[in-house]
Design a protein around this ligand. Structure first.
Ligand SMILES: [Fe+2]
Length: 330
């Protein structure tokens, strides 16, 4: 078996394609707590209080979707090694390896997964000054949940190709994957089509988390779901819809994994495990609709030929064509 193409250090940032770019830029910079670092004619880059140059890129688009997921590698040499290993696996590279000329700099490459999500591996990005952590603002992006039409194929790709580890399952409905000590940086949710389910932003503590919810409430923005605390990952959650209807989450207190001791578990989908504080109740139909989003062809829209070139992608073609069997059943 091939070794993974790289050792991912962290999830750096997320690009979202959005139908409401100006309004969402105002939302994330105005009340969500991020800061604008760069602005272009069709895109905005925002940072948190942490060390990443930016954690969110909003790009104007006719349909909501995932632009790309950016992961940190340690060195440019690791990016070059990843490029060689992608070639050995027959996985096409969409950009790089090489210097990144756009916002944030760095040395990177981009490729796509079998459902068309663009993955960027980046080293040597521009440093930014760390901001104070008193205010109830996000440190950065801590995880992204992705809707998938084939959860087993998705987990296989991210573990085999990207070396991520499965921390926990929520029955056969969700899989939580880590690349460092955080319980999950990515989670997959079995769904009828490929799309982004939500993006979660880390608050430094439960107090920051609650004050953030309070600030949104003060501006008339109420949670779609939450506040509550999840069983898998043990993190707090409060989900909101941004102006384009994409779901964003405040979270805190994600479980830390000791790589040598952690044992993956399968969590039953029962209220006392999904909502351990008992404060949130089940998600509403409106919440589920927002989290389902719209079918997202990702890189296949720009590069239709990729479906034939990425192993396993053709079998998933016809988004929404793969039926979801009864939840919780193998
Ligand atoms: Fe989440």
């Amino acid at each position: 078996m091939n070794e993974p193409i790289a050792a991912l250090r962290a999830l750096r940032s997320v690009e979202l394609r959005t139908t409401a770019c100006p309004e969402s830029a105002d939302f994330y910079a105005g009340i969500w707590g991020l800061r604008t670092v760069e602005q272009g004619p069709d895109a905005v880059w925002l940072r948190g209080s942490g060390e990443q140059h930016h954690v969110l890129q909003l790009t104007a688009a006719p349909r909501n979707g995932l632009g790309r997921l950016s992961f940190a590698l340690a060195t440019p040499a690791e990016v070059d090694a990843a490029a060689r290993r992608l070639a050995q696996r027959g996985l096409p590279i969409l950009a790089g390896p090489g210097p990144v000329e756009t916002v944030g700099g760095g040395y990177g490459l981009q490729f796509a997964d079998p459902e068309g999500r663009v993955i960027e591996l980046l080293a040597d990005t521009f440093a930014v000054a760390r901001l104070g952590r008193e205010d109830a603002v996000p440190v950065g992006v801590t995880h992204v949940v992705l809707n998938t039409v084939d959860i087993d194929a998705a987990v296989a790709f991210y573990t085999d190709v990207l070396g991520m580890r499965v921390s926990d399952w929520s029955e056969h409905q969700m899989a939580f994957l880590r690349c460092n000590s955080d319980h999950h940086s990515i989670a997959f949710n079995r769904a009828e089509w490929t799309s982004v389910n939500h993006v979660a932003y880390e608050m430094p503590s439960v107090d920051h988390f609650m004050r953030g919810i309070g600030r949104l409430r003060h501006h008339g923005v109420l949670p779609l779901w939450g506040p509550g605390r999840h069983g898998p990952g043990d993190n707090t959650f409060s989900y909101f819809a941004d102006p384009a209807g994409l779901v964003c989450e405040y979270t805190s207190g994600i479980a830390q994994v000791d790589e040598d001791r952690w044992l993956c578990r399968v969590w039953r989908r029962v209220p006392e495990l999904s909502d351990t504080w008992g404060t949130a109740g089940p998600p509403s139909g409106e919440t589920r609709t927002h989290m389902a989003g719209v079918a997202d062809p990702g890189a296949f829209e720009r590069f239709p030929e990729l479906r034939e070139r990425i192993p396993g992608a053709a079998a998933l073609s016809g988004i929404g064509a793969v039926p979801v069997t009864a939840p919780g059943k193998y």
